[in-house]
Design a protein around this ligand. Structure first.
Ligand SMILES: NC(=O)c1ccc[n+]([C@@H]2O[C@H](COP(=O)([O-])OP(=O)(O)OC[C@H]3O[C@@H](n4cnc5c(N)ncnc54)[C@H](O)[C@@H]3O)[C@@H](O)[C@H]2O)c1
Length: 260
C-alpha cells in the first residue's frame, strides 16, 4: 500500500468529482492537504467535511499569483510541499468544431486551454521550487482524450493531448529531483462542467440524458467509473516508494475504453 502519511499535498479542483475523491482518500491515509478551489461555496463544503484537516484557498488556476499563494499557504501550513496534483478542468461537451458559435469560439478556446493547459503549467511553475526541495512529485489529471478521439470535441481533446506534452517535457526537465506523471481517467460520471464562456457554462456532465448507459456501452469493463476508481493510481504516483522509477508516464484508468 502506498504510504501517504504526512505527505503534504496541493491539489487544484479538489472540491468536487475526481479531486474530492482524491482528497477524501489521501486525508484518510494521513496526508496533509491544501485544496485550491474556485469559490467560497466549494471551500465551505470542504471545511464541512474535513474541518481543519484540509486547508483551502480560493483561486483561479489561470492566474499565476493564485497558484503562488496556494503554494505559499501549503508551505506555511505544513512546512513543505511533497505532491502537486493538477486536476482542475472543464469540458466542451463533445461539441464538433463547426458547431461552436462564432461569437463564442475564441473565448471557449481560451477557457479550455487556459484552465486545462495553462492552469497546469502555472501550477507546476509555482510548485517547482518547493518540490525540488522536497524531491517531490507532480501528478496531472489527463484523460482518455489525451490519447483517443470521442471523449470530447476537438478543443477539449487538443487541450488534453497537450497535457501529455507538458508531462513528458517537464519530467525530463525536472528530473532527477521531481517526478512528473499523469492519470488518464475514462468516462466518470461527475459534474464536470462546460467552459465558463460557452453555451455549456452551467451544464454538468452528470445531467446529460443517458450518459450512464452510453459510457457503459463504450467501455469493455462494462461500467462507467466512479471518481474513487482512479484514486489508488494517484496514491501510487504520490508515494516515492510505490512508483520510484516512474516519471513522464501517464497511466490509463479507462475500463479498457482505449482498446475499443
Ligand atoms: N469526468 C470524466 O469523465 C473525466 C474523464 C477524464 C478526465 N477528466 C478530468 O478530470 C478532472 C476533474 O474533473 P471531474 O470530472 O472531477 O469534474 P469536476 O467538475 O467535479 O472537477 C473539476 C474541478 O475544477 C474546478 N475548476 C474549473 N475551473 C477552474 C479554475 N479556473 N480554477 C480553479 N478551479 C477550477 C471546478 O470548480 C471543479 O471543482 C478534469 O481535469 C477533467 O478534465 C474527467
Amino acid at each position: 500500500m502506498p504510504n501517504l502519511q504526512g505527505n503534504a499535498v496541493l491539489i487544484t479542483g479538489g472540491a468536487t468529482g475526481i479531486g474530492r475523491a482524491i482528497v477524501r482518500h489521501f486525508a484518510s491515509e494521513g496526508a496533509r492537504l491544501c485544496v485550491m478551489c474556485i469559490s467560497d461555496e466549494q471551500a465551505d463544503s470542504l471545511r464541512d467535511e474535513f474541518g481543519g484537516q484540509v486547508a483551502t484557498i480560493v483561486g483561479d488556476v489561470r492566474n499565476l499569483k493564485d497558484n503562488q499563494k496556494a503554494v505559499a499557504q501549503t508551505e506555511e501550513r505544513f512546512g513543505r510541499l511533497d505532491t502537486f496534483i493538477g486536476n482542475a478542468g472543464v469540458w466542451d461537451f463533445i461539441t464538433p468544431l463547426e458547431q461552436q458559435p462564432a461569437d463564442l469560439i475564441e473565448s471557449i478556446c481560451d477557457d479550455l486551454f487556459g484552465i486545462n493547459v495553462k492552469g497546469y503549467a502555472l501550477g507546476a511553475y509555482a510548485c517547482l521550487p518547493a518540490l525540488r526541495k522536497s524531491k517531490g512529485a507532480m501528478i496531472f489529471t489527463a484523460s482518455t482524450s489525451s490519447f483517443f478521439t470521442g471523449g470530447g470535441g476537438p478543443i477539449y481533446v487538443a487541450s488534453k493531448h497537450a497535457v501529455i506534452g507538458l508531462i513528458k517535457q517537464l519530467a525530463k526537465e525536472v528530473a532527477p529531483d521531481v517526478r512528473v506523471n499523469g492519470v488518464a481517467p475514462g468516462g466518470t460520471i461527475t459534474n464536470l462542467s462546460g467552459s465558463p464562456s460557452s453555451q455549456h457554462a452551467g451544464a454538468r456532465m452528470s445531467e446529460i440524458p443517458g450518459i450512464g448507459p452510453l459510457l457503459e456501452g463504450m467501455t469493455p469493463l462494462g461500467y462507467a467509473a466512479e471518481p474513487e476508481d482512479h484514486v489508488p493510481l494517484y496514491a501510487m504516483l504520490a508515494c516515492r516508494e510505490s512508483s520510484k522509477y516512474m516519471t513522464g508516464t501517464t497511466v490509463l484508468s479507462d475500463g479498457g475504453l482505449g482498446v475499443g
